[in-house]
Ligand binder design. Structure first.
Ligand code: ATR
Length: 445
């Protein structure tokens, strides 16, 4: 946390309600990482947005975000509105200019950047958008601006879909029930309705064939992390993301505009991990080499905190109906890693759970991304010698099969050397476990 002084710049977000905003996490983390003397605060504006913004101009507030319900109304008090914000019809970022603020929209550039970092290209692509509210319309504008070829827009109320199609020629409006008239092809799919926000919400379109046409899917909802839409894509193995990456990058782009800099990909990932922790993070994920004590520490932690305990390997054994040894014998390691990734994806719905992962789980980037969304990551670190003593009589670990103790020692040391950097960089907390009992380690966590 920065030390606030007379020169500290003030940034903030105006809206109502504003109590649950995640934006301070983004901007205050960036200030800290970049050593910028500024602080970002939520500002609740009861109803008079004009008076509020004029007051903030006069008070020298350096930069602002704007959220619901002021994204349109704020325009009337600005010195200028950027072309894209005008086209989208909503402003979410205010940048100081002579005598006031100019309004921008970083939501859609934020979504575009989130997709770009995932390697999802829009140019020349076909898309399916579900929903026809303000968010869906903005997504259609983005798709058009980034060169998408065609958009099928599905909505319960066809009139709203038709209104968007009138403005954006590449849009074909359809009723939800007409989803099966979309030609068989590969699409980028966007879920832009409010369905999924409530726990009892069900998938709007039920057919698997519909979702199988997705090459990638994005749900603008980020809380809960897994909506029925995301769950279906996970089930079908379609790569996907939720709206948290859009929230992240709209904030990052706003920050870049305020301070005239570029936030690196690595730094963005740090901020993303902070967001995940704040939003989803009441779970604890234990990582480390086999024999590092993940299971015993995990059970101890779960018991003392009243949490649930899941051992990822045991979960896989149950799911597959055979032992890890058998999976390695009759399938490939690749097969095992795919099942592991699938199971980790399922973990994103958990809360109040201690999750012990297999030693190799964090080698895949996809798993690291998904696990950092799940909760606080703790690396239980142990010396090769400690591990050797713990695992040498254990026959259930296929990667440790060795002829002699010497060979086993070598294998452990080599594997630890290659995995250690992954564990260290990824973890939120590293604990040296050699001289500690499981309950002492649980206490430290
Ligand atoms: P936003 O501005 O965030 O996009 P919105 O304008 O309220 O929010 O839009 C909500 C979207 O969710 C609309 O597309 C709405 O469909 P209708 O236009 O037919 O109302 C969609 N939606 C909300 N509840 C729905 C439900 N139960 N089934 C299907 N669509 C739903």
């Amino acid at each position: 946390m920065i030390e606030i002084n007379g020169k500290t710049k003030i940034l903030g977000v105006i809206g109502n309600p504003i109590e649950h905003t995640l934006s301070p996490v983004i901007h205050n983390t960036l200030c800290e990482l970049l050593g910028i003397d500024a602080v970002y605060v939520p500002i609740k504006v009861e109803n008079d947005i004009v008076t509020a913004v004029n007051g903030l101009v006069e008070s020298g507030v350096y930069g602002l975000n704007v959220t619901v319900p002021y994204k349109q109304d704020v325009m009337k008090v600005l010195k200028g509105v950027d072309e894209l914000a005008e086209e989208i019809g909503a402003v979410n970022t205010l940048v100081r200019c002579s005598g006031g603020y100019k309004g921008y929209n970083t939501d859609m550039p934020g979504l575009a950047r989130a997709l770009e970092t995932k390697g999802v290209k829009l140019s020349g692509k076909k898309a399916v958008v579900i929903g026809a509210g303000g968010a869906a319309r903005a997504v259609c504008v983005m798709l058009k601006n980034y060169g998408a070829e065609k958009i099928y827009l599905l909505n319960r109320n066809i009139e709203k879909a038709k209104a968007i199609a009138e403005e954006i020629p590449i849009v074909t409006p359809l009723r939800l029930t007409e989803y099966d008239s979309i030609p068989e092809d590969k699409y980028i799919m966007f879920q832009c309705t409010s369905v999924g926000l409530k726990p009892e919400d069900e998938l709007i379109i039920k057919s698997d064939d519909f979702y199988k046409m997705a090459e990638y899917g994005y749900d603008l909802i980020y809380n809960p992390a897994v909506t029925p839409f995301i769950a279906k894509l996970n089930e079908l193995g379609v790569p996907n993301d939720n709206g948290l990456t859009m929230l992240l990058y709209q904030g990052i782009i706003a920050f870049e505009m305020w301070f005239g800099l570029k936030v690196s990909r690595d730094m963005s990932e740090v901020v993303y991990a902070e967001l995940c922790k704040k939003l989803y993070g009441d779970n604890i994920v234990l990582i480390g080499y086999m024999g590092s004590g993940k299971t015993s520490v995990g059970k101890e932690l779960a018991k003392s905190r009243g949490m649930r305990f899941i051992d990822l390997d045991e979960y896989i054994v149950e799911k597959e109906g055979r032992s890890i040894n058998d999976i390695f014998t009759y399938e490939t390691e690749e097969y095992f890693r795919n099942v592991e990734s699938e199971v980790i994806r399922e973990m994103s719905t958990l809360s109040n759970t201690v999750i012990s992962t297999g030693g190799g789980a964090v080698l895949r980037k996809e798993n690291r991304d998904n696990l950092s969304r799940v909760g606080h990551v703790v690396y239980l670190k142990a010396d090769p010698e400690t591990i050797l003593n713990r695992v040498k009589d254990d026959q259930s670990r296929p990667l440790l099969k060795s002829e002699s103790e010497e060979e086993l020692r070598k294998r452990i040391t080599t594997m630890l050397d290659s995995r250690n950097p992954y564990y260290e960089i990824f973890a939120d907390q590293v604990i040296y476990t050699d001289r500690l009992t499981p309950s002492e380690i649980a206490e430290i966590i």
